[in-house]
Design a protein around this ligand. Structure first.
Ligand code: G3H
Length: 461
């Protein structure tokens, strides 16, 4: 029996193949990592591929295939051992055990092994009977998996359907009253929850209840250039500069051209510059205090040069660890992530939201969707006078930037430097033909970042 008093939770996925278990694992992992909770996925599929190879036919998964069963058990044992080692040696907090775990016997085995080590177990079952959702999951996710590399898509789909049939023969939905579980039925149309304990399990359950898989897009824009931006001052509640006003005036046309006639909702912060930026947009609006800029405490209204002179130690400490540095009397990026958590929850629930906010707040939300680390987050480039469009996919996020032909200062301050105050008029006209009259266009379509990888199968099975 492990004497650890630290909270450790294993989220154990349950469900037939192609029910979105891996998608849910990635989403939970990304969300918890963003919050600063040490999280790792253990994918039994990866262990099985390492043990038994790629391109296995459906017969490998036949319930009467003794060799297949042996290998699959071996893979599950190795993954479970690695997961336990990770909790014990690497001080992990939440592990996600991604496998079908589709029999009572398998779940009892996992539950006993983990609870004996003082690790809480939360079973997350995804039940889905909608044939279209299952088929689109197979096409979008399974056919690109290493299990089917270089296979004809139709033959692979047929094989995968047969694999599902094998699992259906022995599948037992979770009904064990002694287990802690959440059952997600038909992608969020119903939930069954049993014996949830404590704050962190409740957070995970609440997050799962906000997730949906309908395709969506999210747009972010900073406020137009402000009078404080012109002076390189941070914080404050200044109004827009003349160029910021021009951006606000051009925004409706940019939205119409690039977002189209979707039923958009605009969220702003409670600060003057975002409210002014949104004021010509003819859509329902909501103000969120949570979207206000990072509180810079005693440095509010100062330039970076002034901060470096008046608070040199603070200035240096912020450069050393920008994510964790908290302004005296103000906030850190870590604080900001926590402040923005309810916004992220609401964003997961909604479609077609344009958020007009600030550099630091947009960095935090952008990092959640793009899977940036806490080191990368405070240095993400969020330029003025640009709309960032994000299109979340199964394991990544596509990004496009729409830039407007109105110049602005560049407020980006690279690590270790005092403020840079350059206009980017030149940058805009050299990047795009916008100065010839267009109101906005895509200037960049970045490659989606790689998803968080499940932990490699490390055991020497
Ligand atoms: O202080 C407000 C800024 O938008 C945040 O910028 O974190 O790069 O200093 P910074």
């Amino acid at each position: 029996m492990n004497g650890s008093s630290n909270l450790r939770i294993a989220c154990v996925m349950v469900g037939l193949p192609a029910r979105g278990k891996t998608y849910i694992s990635y989403k939970v992992s990304r969300y918890l990592t963003w919050l600063g909770i040490k999280t790792q996925i253990f994918s039994v599929g990866n262990y099985r591929r390492k043990l038994a190879g790629l391109n296995l036919p459906h017969t490998f998964f036949d319930v009467n295939n003794a060799e297949g069963i042996k290998k699959r058990h071996e893979a599950a044992s190795c993954a479970l051992n690695d997961m336990i080692n990770w909790f014990e040696k690497e001080d992990g907090t939440v592990a996600i055990f991604d496998a079908t775990n589709s029999s009572k016997k398998a779940r009892a085995w996992i539950n006993n092994a983990l609870t004996a080590r003082n690790i809480q177990v939360l079973f997350i079952e995804s039940v889905c009977e909608d044939k279209d959702i299952i088929l689109s999951n197979i096409k979008d996710v399974k056919l690109s998996s290493p299990d089917y590399c270089n296979r004809d898509p139709n033959a692979a789909t047929e094989d995968f359907m047969k694999r599902i049939k094998h699992y259906e023969e022995t599948y037992e939905t979770v009904t064990e009253q002694e287990l802690t579980y959440i059952k997600l039925i038909n992608v969020g149309s119903q939930y069954i929850i049993n014996m949830i304990r404590g704050y962190l399990e409740s957070r995970i359950v609440y997050y799962l209840m906000n997730l949906h898989t309908r395709p969506k897009r999210i747009w972010f824009s900073r406020h137009g250039e402000s009078l404080f931006n012109l002076e390189d001052r941070i914080g404050g509640d200044a109004g827009l500069s003349p160029r910021g006003e021009q951006y606000a005036l051009k925004l409706p046309e940019l939205v119409r051209q690039n977002i189209g006639d979707r039923p958009l909702t605009v969220w702003t912060s409670s600060m003057t510059r975002t409210i002014q930026t949104a004021r010509h947009l003819d859509f329902p609006k909501k103000q969120w205090k949570a979207l206000d800029e990072l509180d810079t405490g005693v440095c509010d209204g100062m330039t970076y040069e002034e901060i470096a002179i008046k608070y040199p130690d603070d200035f240096a400490r912020r450069d050393e660890d920008k994510f964790n540095y908290r302004y005296r009397g103000g906030e850190s990026y870590r604080d900001l992530v926590l402040r923005l958590e309810p916004v992220i929850m609401d964003l997961e629930r909604h479609e077609n939201i344009l958020i007009i906010s600030h550099q630091a707040t947009i960095r935090c939300m952008y990092a959640y969707f793009m899977g940036l680390s806490h080191e990368q987050l405070p240095y993400a480039r969020i330029p003025l006078h640009t709309i960032i469009e994000l299109k979340p996919k199964a394991f990544s996020c596509e990004e496009k930037l729409y830039k407007v032909d109105v110049g602005s200062v560049d407020t980006y301050r690279p690590k270790g430097q005092l403020a840079r105050k350059l206009t980017n008029d030149k940058f805009v006209s050299s990047m795009s033909p916008l100065s010839e009259g267009a109101s906005g266009e895509i200037v960049d379509a970045k490659t989606p970042i790689l998803p968080i990888k499940p932990m490699e199968a490390t055991s020497t099975c």
